[in-house]
Design a protein around this ligand. Structure first.
Ligand code: BV8
Ligand code: ZN
Length: 250
């Protein structure tokens, strides 16, 4: 790509955190295995049983706190830093609600499905109170934290099924349509509209690299798309080394 500016979009899913010990959603013993999605990740489920939902996210929050970023998170951070040092662009969009990208040093990570470490009032239309105070410490069996402004229940700031994304989707697709390189790490491409992000990158004729145990994207034209099978904590660091060295001395 010579001296021109390279615009990289990195798009991650639960698979990038799997190597840190955080269960994915749809693999065996995944999160949805012992929970019905509509019970723990939908507004209706929260209305029905807020305790079940608070327990589900408290357990996931504690697990995230006990896990560390893995080599693939650090490889993402290394690539973002290389871009910054060399006048290139690198945006990171994640479907994950964990904070492992940030804890590995990545900057300005866009969490399109929200974050487990923030909370907002359930009455988000007319109240909108938010906080990053750790309400899991406050939460006890059937004592659900209440909004200090309006008294309604507080909830984790994650995007549930049937809810709008946490970031304006046009902003996201514009970034995707501007990138020259799209790197997809550890997503089953089962959730929309997130899974359409790499498709938008392909509109711009971007080079697309997928890292997964099994290939999840099949609709790309093969000249611009490559799939690397394996655990991201092994395949991605190698790729980033090669990418940086090839570009550096070109
Ligand atoms: C929306 C946050 C507009 C919570 C999540 C009917 C009514 C309303 C909407 C719909 C409907 N029908 C369909 C929809 C759209 C719906 C949807 O897509 N449903 C699917 C299930 C059919 N989408 C929505 O509702 C979205 N909003 O459409 O708004 C709207 C609004 C109102 C009405 C209509 C439309 C909101 C979706 C967001 C849901 N929230 N998470 C939480 O986390 O608890 S989704 C959840 O799935 C996570 O965000 C997760 O990231 C995401 C995707 O999963 P993956 O990350 O891909 O993880 P998964 O386990 O699936 O796969 C892991 C992958 O990693 C695998 O490929 C595996 O091979 C790989 N892997 C494993 N280990 C490794 C690895 N790879 C590399 N290395 C390893 N070591
Ligand atoms: Zn409120």
């Amino acid at each position: 790509m010579g001296e021109s500016i390279i615009n990289i979009l990195i798009f991650t899913g639960a698979g990038i955190s799997a190597d840190s010990g955080i269960p994915t959603f749809r693999d065996s013993n995944g999160l949805w295995e012992n929970h019905k999605v509509e019970d723990v990740a939908s507004p209706q489920g929260f209305e029905r049983d807020p305790n079940l939902v608070w327990n589900f996210y408290k357990q996931r929050f504690n697990n995230v706190q006990n896990c560390e970023p893995n080599a693939s998170h650090y490889a993402v951070t290394k690539l973002q830093k290389w871009c910054e040092d060399n006048g290139h662009a690198c945006h990171i969009i994640t479907q994950n609600i964990d904070n492992l990208h940030e804890r590995s040093g990545s900057q300005n990570v866009m969490h399109i499905h929200g974050t487990i470490t923030a909370f907002n009032c359930n009455n988000k239309w007319s109240c909108g109170f938010k906080t990053s105070e750790n309400l899991y410490e406050q939460y006890a069996e059937d004592l659900i934290p209440e909004c200090p402004k309006c008294g309604q229940y507080m909830r984790p700031s994650v995007v549930w099924f049937g809810e709008q994304l946490a970031i304006n989707f046009d902003t996201i697709t514009t970034l995707a349509e501007q990138c020259d390189v799209c790197i997809i790490i550890g997503t089953s491409a089962q959730v929309q509209p997130a899974a359409s992000i790499p498709v938008h990158a392909s509109y711009n004729n971007a080079k697309i690299f997928e890292f997964n145990l099994d290939q999840a994207f099949h609709l790309m034209d093969n000249r611009k798309y490559s799939f690397q099978a394996g655990k991201a904590c092994e395949t991605l660091p190698r790729f980033v080394e090669e990418f940086i060295n090839k570009e550096k001395y070109k």
